[in-house]
Design a binder for this molecule. Structure first.
Ligand code: UDP
Length: 473
């Protein structure tokens, strides 16, 4: 191995805890390898700020990381056609603050930004600091996104008007138009135009760090490395350094183990279906009723994280289970079902030996957590790029199946029961499980010393070394 001097890296996430958390995981990788990291957190005076509580918890849990809050003016505008447009505006307004902060540091070897902080590339260029993206979703998503500026403007119409037409992108399985990112469905929308501008700029970075590993997404990686996604323009190197997943904190904030884990202790091995839909997923009352009936009819054991349907949300935090779920459901399934309100310790639940299937919205962190735990997935995508992730999971990685009907807005009870039975108790389910045993092993191997992700991270550090010598030379 080559001797390297310590580097100073500034990590720059988009707004909110959801984007900050993956950067904290990344920061810990830098620290383990003896590098110095600062996370610069954009701190607007209004609703986009990370709460003081959350900041305090993160700094206490990660004493070696320096967190630096960057003030930004209040975002004047209040009405946006899409929430991400506001985020992009706030982040752009944070550029002067970021510039001032970077200037106060004696030397910065790299600025690592997440996928919404594209305009921070301007600051990095101005200060002559190498900029990298930390892309916390599938490499397959990156391949599609980088190719969209070549594809979409020339397409006959918006994806929303193409229905189930199959589209082809380098490095990923054929994908139906209806499964593209929700932000890209309407070509004429401001959000689609803005994201397309971002995707056009992204190859301007010096490289991409991704939360994935070579084995899992070999084809997408190859397409990127051969430059197939950005014809006529070099694609910066892609370093797969994952999977970085939450360690699965033992004990909740209250200290004790979550009741659902105690319940799992008493269940047979791989005997429970776990249903959880990310930090934002909610279902209508009609959809909740279908899921309930499906679980009841499947005959299998289940652990289900339930939120209030959006139409009956009265700001009361706790959902009223008796009101949200069909009459008699809780009684009839008592003993073989466990319903959790709002939030379960997902990473820990998935690692529990009693879990045999994971019904997921396909948020990328959830997919990775399913893989490192070796649990087959039943994909039920809801928003953002989750439908694309479903395609990667089902068609490319072959570690899950999808429910039918999500495109039409209602998945029927029969379908829920059928897919639960398929994964829990069929030949096809056993095949999936075998694939997951392999995937889990490969994930663990990737992050070991000398594994593909460890090597990729060192290659990235070598690139920083190279930048330094280019500058001083
Ligand atoms: N999560 C959890 N309990 C819940 C819901 C979510 O612990 O009840 C965690 C989950 O383990 C994952 C993250 O929240 O780490 C969700 O991230 P993901 O990328 O899957 O989806 P998003 O919430 O961003 O849509």
């Amino acid at each position: 191995s080559v001797s390297m001097t310590q580097k100073t890296v500034v990590l720059y996430p988009s707004l909110g805890v959801g984007h900050l958390n993956p950067m904290v995981e990344l920061a810990n990788v830098f620290l383990r390898l003896g590098q110095a990291v600062v996370i610069a957190v954009v701190n607007p005076p209004d609703k986009d700020a990370v709460s003081e509580d959350a900041m305090a918890r993160l700094s206490t849990a990660n004493p070696a990381i320096t967190f630096r809050l960057l003030p930004v003016p209040s975002c004047g505008k209040d009405h946006y056609s899409h929430p991400v447009l506001r985020t992009i505006d706030v982040l752009r307004a944070a550029n002067p603050s970021l510039r001032e902060f970077l200037r106060t540091l004696p030397a910065v070897d790299a600025l690592v930004v997440d996928m919404f902080c594209v305009d921070a590339l301007d600051v990095a260029a101005e200060l002559d600091i190498p900029a990298y993206f930390f892309f916390a979703s599938a490499v397959g998503d990156l391949a599609i996104m980088l190719h969209l500026p070549y594809y979409y403007p020339a397409a006959p119409c918006s994806f929303k008007d193409m229905g189930k037409t199959v589209l082809r992108f380098p490095g990923v399985p054929p994908i139906r138009a209806v499964d593209m990112s929700t932000t890209m469905l309407d070509r004429e929308s401001d959000i689609a135009k803005e994201r397309l501008r971002h995707y056009t700029r992204m190859p301007g970075a010096r490289g991409f760090l991704t939360n994935s590993f070579d084995w899992l997404e070999a084809r997408a990686l190859e397409a990127l490395r051969y430059g197939l996604c950005t014809p006529g323009r070099p694609t910066p190197p892609v370093y797969c350094i994952g999977p970085l997943v939450l360690p699965g904190q033992t004990g909740g904030s209250a200290g004790g183990r979550h009741a659902c884990l105690e319940w799992l202790d008493a269940q047979p091995e791989r005997g429970v279906v776990f249903l959880c839909f990310g930090s934002l997923g909610t279902f209508s009352a009609a959809q909740l009723a279908e899921v309930a009936r499906g679980l009841q009819d499947s005959g299998h054991r289940f652990l289900w994280v339930v939120r209030s349907p959006p139409e009956q949300k009265d700001e009361s935090v706790e959902p009223d289970l008796q009101a949200s779920l069909p009459e008699g459901f809780l009684e009839k399934t008592a003993g073989r079902g466990f319903v959790v309100k709002n939030w379960a310790p997902q990473a820990e639940v998935l690692r529990h030996g009693a879990v045999g299937a994971f019904v997921t919205h396909c948020g990328w962190n959830s997919v990775l957590e399913g893989i490192v735990s070796g649990v087959p997935m039943i994909c039920w995508p809801l928003y953002a790029e989750q439908r694309m992730n479903k395609v990667h999971v089902v068609e490319e990685m072959k570690v899950g199946v999808a429910v039918e009907g999500y495109e039409e807005g209602l998945v029927k009870a029969e379908e829920v029961a059928a897919k639960v039975r398929l994964v829990m108790a069929s030949e096809e389910g056993s095949k999936l499980r075998e694939k997951l045993v392999a995937a889990k092993e490969m994930a663990a191997a990737a992050v070991k010393d000398g594994g593909s992700s460890d090597v990729a991270f060192h290659e990235f550090l070598m690139d920083l070394e190279k930048c330094r010598s280019e500058k001083s030379g």
